[in-house]
Design a binder for this molecule. Structure first.
Ligand code: FES
Length: 121
């Protein structure tokens, strides 16, 4: 396993992202609600560059008991990324597709040491 420098810890802002080359692979590194998460840049659908997709709060449309849809809301806690190829969506903290938990991104190991972020591939 090889360790690759990503950036200084202070340089990855909240909701920030960096996609780094790690040999013949790419890893996306994100800061979400203060935590760092690293994912291989390969969508579970057809290996698209998922880590370069749009990031936003999960959209919720609560359904009332009478079947009507209430006003659209955005989740306070769930932050998703959308693959730019065909729109598969993943929770940036768990890597799981919100509609099918069997579909998920592959997590990359990371470490923060002496104020610097590294990934191990
Ligand atoms: S490759 Fe990501 S949605 Fe198809």
């Amino acid at each position: 396993m090889t360790e690759y420098y990503v950036c200084d810890d202070d340089d990855l802002a909240e909701m920030g992202r960096l996609v780094v080359e790690c040999g013949d692979k790419q890893v996306g590194v994100f800061r979400v609600q203060g935590e760092i998460h690293a994912w291989f840049n390969r969508c579970a659908h057809m290996r698209g560059p998922v880590c370069q997709g749009r990031i936003y709060r999960r959209v919720l449309e609560p359904v009332a008991e009478d079947g009507t849809v209430r006003m659209m809301q955005q989740s306070e806690t769930e932050i998703n990324i959308v693959c730019p190829w065909h729109g598969y969506e993943y929770d940036l903290k768990t890597g799981r597709h919100p509609g099918n938990p069997r579909i998920a991104l592959r997590r990359a190991e990371h470490v923060v040491r002496e104020g610097k972020i590294y990934v191990r591939v």
